[in-house]
Design a protein around this ligand. Structure first.
Ligand code: BTN
Length: 242
């Protein structure tokens, strides 16, 4: 199970630890609506784990599933960069485990050889952001439908890692992201620039190469020599599947 003492040291006013819950994001959403604005929730499993674009996030035992609140006023860079700061936090944790072929995919996926090892779902309310983070850490096997697209730390390292330590390190890494220059630098050095992607945004799909990232978090795509910037969307690398 989780080490409550270590999690409490992160300083949230409320800590919730579950063996199973529908979704830690949904739980936090109910809590913030009823006035609790400093809370972290973690669960061994989720029965209705959610991803971006209303996708399901398969949440089997062994993975790390947690959500925490961050007050808008505590974020020292533009709010729309917070999801990218979360990706930096996860990336730096996985990097510390020396996971090979780690790759960031805008805006906040972390992949290994084009398979997803972590996903992040940030939801904004009036005064807080709910950051929901899923990392496939000790997951031994995935259901067939996603086994070609998902990967876990366990499947790479063949050993288990402490989920509590992972959570604490990720939250601290996110808190250590200092400013928008650091975030832009991370995106620009992530290896995405020059890569060919299929990109969908608001029902539109384009194919192009990643040109750059802007300080406000936008991705700039070069499609047939026309540069277009997007603040939201979903990218898939082209011709790089195993
Ligand atoms: C994505 O890749 O689409 C985002 C996945 C986010 C999953 C996490 S797990 C903890 C939190 N609770 C949820 O229901 N979703 C997020």
């Amino acid at each position: 199970m989780f080490d409550a003492k270590k999690i409490k040291k992160l300083g949230f006013s409320n800590t919730a630890i579950f063996s199973s819950v529908d979704s830690t994001n949904d739980f936090l959403s109910e809590m913030t609506t009823s006035g609790k604005e400093s809370i972290i929730a973690v669960s061994q499993m989720q029965t209705k784990g959610r991803g971006r674009f209303a996708r399901e996030w398969v949440s089997l035992k062994g993975g790390l599933y947690f959500s925490f609140t961050e007050k808008h006023e505590n974020i020292v860079y533009p709010l729309q960069l917070f999801p990218i700061a979360c990706a930096i936090g996860v990336y730096r944790y996985l990097e510390s485990l020396r996971i090979p072929l780690l790759r960031y995919k805008w805006p906040n996926d972390i992949l290994v050889k084009n398979r997803k090892i972590s996903g992040i779902l940030c939801e904004f309310s009036e005064s807080v952001i709910i950051a929901g983070i899923g990392v496939n850490i000790n997951t031994e096997a995935f259901p067939e439908e996603i086994s070609d697209f998902a990967v876990s730390v366990y499947s790479i390292k063949r050993r288990e890692y402490s989920l509590t330590d992972a959570l604490v390190e990720i939250v601290n890494n996110i808190r250590n992201v200092k400013n928008s220059a650091e975030i832009t630098k991370f995106m620009n050095e992530s290896g995405m620039i020059g890569k060919r992607i299929m990109f969908s945004s608001n029902g539109r799909i384009i194919e192009g190469t990643v040109d750059s990232f802007k300080e406000n978090g936008e991705i700039v795509i070069n499609s047939n020599s026309i540069l277009e910037s997007f603040i939201a969307g979903d990218a898939t690398f082209v011709r790089e599947r195993e």
